[in-house]
Design a protein around this ligand. Structure first.
Ligand code: 0WD
Length: 269
């Protein structure tokens, strides 16, 4: 019996086939989930690049819905969940794999972040989870599972991660509060804290390649994490394999987060 047979859910945050949300989707699809997706709105309706990029991925796996959604717009969120209700009736899970900070604010220093940049980063990267939970819970009368993607830069100072670190700290805190509030409705909320993975978003983080090298040298497993491993842990958190787990931040980072100093054999290139 497939892990996700009979389960229906929404995935927010596929930009392309490098996206972590896509790696999670591949696992969910393999296990029989019925899936709906969002894409970023296209600026030029005559040239819908965003929609095309996501449609190319999700049509072949039998997507039940694909809708444009900017999480900064309440009307877009309302439209997305109205369509989910029409398409699925009830849903069992949501993947929130969204983050953004304006590049000038992301570059740092943190004390130089603009007020507007801070608000935008927090709105897209943190408030969106709360806004999604509010709407998702109404479609989960029998409970469900919601996951978000985080990074160690929310728990410790990772030079270069800057304002996004502040966002991830707030995101992980919100996971606890949301897990508490939704627990009685049998809805679980967890964060998956992934090691560094090359994607569209991570290319905006300064010195990303040296971070990859450092993980390979320092992590207990002495290697970087594969995106497929993040996908499989996403599947675990969304399936009934994890029914006792909520409010958790689960690290999928080859164990890097437990280290306090480099191992004796560590060589940094
Ligand atoms: O190393 C990494 N790549 C890690 C990523 C390590 C640990 C955590 N993460 C997190 C990110 O912070 C993010 O929360 O994983 C999540 C997904 O990131 P990703 O897969 O690395 O990045 P990407 O493929 O770019 O997907 C993020 C997407 C956006 O893509 P672009 O690049 O077009 O901004 O978030 C979505 C969008 O699809 N997004 C939005 N969706 C709706 N409304 C919005 C918005 N306003 N802004 C961004």
């Amino acid at each position: 019996m497939s892990l996700m047979a009979g389960k229906r859910g929404l995935v927010f945050g596929i930009a392309n086939d490098y996206s972590i949300a896509w790696a999670i989707t591949e696992q969910l699809h393999k296990e029989g989930a019925e899936l709906g997706f969002t894409h970023l709105p296209d600026r030029d309706p005559a040239n819908p690049k965003m929609e095309r990029r996501v449609r190319k991925l999700v049509d072949p796996i039998g997507a039940k819905m694909l809708v444009s959604c900017d999480v900064q717009q309440d009307a877009d969120l309302d439209k997305t969940f109205a369509l989910a209700k029409e398409t699925f009736g009830e849903i069992d899970f949501v993947v929130h794999s969204i983050a953004y900070a304006p590049i000038d604010d992301l570059k740092g220093p943190v004390y130089g972040c603009s007020r507007d940049g801070f608000k935008t980063a927090m709105d897209i990267s943190v408030f969106s989870l709360m806004a999604i939970c509010k709407r998702a819970q109404a479609l989960m009368p029998n409970g469900g599972s919601i996951i978000t993607l985080s990074y160690l830069g929310g728990e410790r100072v990772i030079p270069g991660y800057n304002v996004m670190g502040l966002c991830k700290a707030a995101l992980e805190s919100s996971v606890g509060y949301l897990a508490h509030e939704l627990g009685q409705k049998k809805i679980r909320v967890n964060a998956l804290s992934a090691g560094p993975i090359k994607t569209l978003s991570s290319s905006a983080v300064k010195d990303f390649d040296s971070m990859l090298n450092m993980y390979g040298a320092m992590a207990p497993l002495r290697r970087n994490v594969e995106v497929e491993e993040v996908g499989k842990t996403g599947l675990y958190l969304l399936s009934d394999m994890s029914t006792g787990v909520t409010g958790e931040t689960l690290h999928v980072d080859s164990g890097y987060h437990v280290m306090g100093a480099p191992p004796a054999d560590a060589k940094f290139s």
